[in-house]
Ligand binder design. Structure first.
Ligand code: FPP
Length: 266
């Protein structure tokens, strides 16, 4: 077990103790709505393959189960007052997986997009996509455009799906845009501020990421929202994504809500 304790730390800081704090929540299992919730939550839906393997099922069965959990958790985020949530659905690196697995994830995405056009009609959720969509099939691109257009007027939570998304690719594209603007004379190098860089990202206009949630016992960011996470709080959990419940999200949000954020100050 851990630990960084005492001194200027208001409480111990380690994963082990974070787990203990989660265990405390389990005992009470009530939602404390006085705690702050993240304005922007990023979720890495990890553990689908291991979940399936444990059951002797193909990896794709894990993604099917994971896609169901995604729907439940997305709606619960809205209920908890989170203003923006980003789900890591398919990374720029995920193309390296076997073609059958890539196809299965794309089919799940296609199904979800068709269904959400109906299902999300009754929700006050605005759907957005981040990532390079030009590499996706044309029908998926069309469904994405339709999902964005049909929810553009919604005033509630923004639901970002990161598809063919990579943080380094996003920053590279932003730098190319900025370089072109400087070359064309529409931007002076000294006018490139942090806000200007923000405005050139897929998440332009959205709040910085306050919290990253990664289940499945892995402790990595995996090229997810690397600029936007500069001051994010990380909450890890060992539950595999297809087993993730709304009470698990509440525990993770409680862990976040109890942290003391200083943003480099005191
Ligand atoms: C990571 O688990 C998961 C992915 C790379 C894909 C996530 C996709 C879905 C949940 C389904 C599609 C989603 C929507 C929104 C319809 P992993 O496969 O790397 O798990 P492992 O680490 O156990 O192998």
């Amino acid at each position: 077990m851990c630990s960084v304790t005492g001194g200027e730390y208001s409480r111990p800081v380690t994963f082990k103790l974070e787990g203990e704090s989660m265990a405390l929540f389990r005992k009470n299992d009530t939602w404390d709505d006085t705690l702050p919730v993240p304005a922007h939550l990023g979720i890495i839906m990890d553990g689908n393959g291991r979940w399936a393997k444990k059951r002797g099922l193909p990896r794709t069965a894990g993604h099917v189960a994971g896609a169901k959990v995604f729907r439940t958790i997305a709606k619960h985020c809205e209920k908890r007052g989170i203003s923006t949530v980003t789900f890591y659905t398919f990374s720029t690196e995920n193309w390296k997986r076997p073609q059958a697995e890539v196809d299965a994830i794309m089919n799940l995405l296609r199904d979800y997009l068709k269904e959400s056009l109906e299902d999300f009609k009754h929700e006050n959720i605005r759907t957005r996509f981040i990532g390079d969509r030009t590499a996706l099939s044309e029908d998926i691109q069309a469904l994405m455009a339709e999902a964005e257009e049909s929810t553009a007027h919604k005033t509630g939570m923004v639901l970002n799906l990161a598809i063919n998304y990579g943080g380094r690719a996003e920053l590279t594209a932003a730098m190319q845009d900025l370089a072109n603007e400087v070359k064309n004379g529409t931007l002076a190098p000294e006018d490139i501020t942090e806000d200007v860089i923000d405005d050139h990202l897929y998440t332009a206009g959205q709040p910085p990421v306050d919290m990253i949630l990664r289940p499945s016992g892995e402790y990595r960011l995996s090229n997810f929202l690397i600029w936007q996470c500069a001051y994010a709080e990380y909450v890890f959990d060992d539950i595999l994504w297809p087993d993730f419940k709304i009470t698990d999200l509440d525990r993770a949000l409680t862990e976040y809500g109890r942290r003391h954020r200083r943003f480099g100050g005191l």
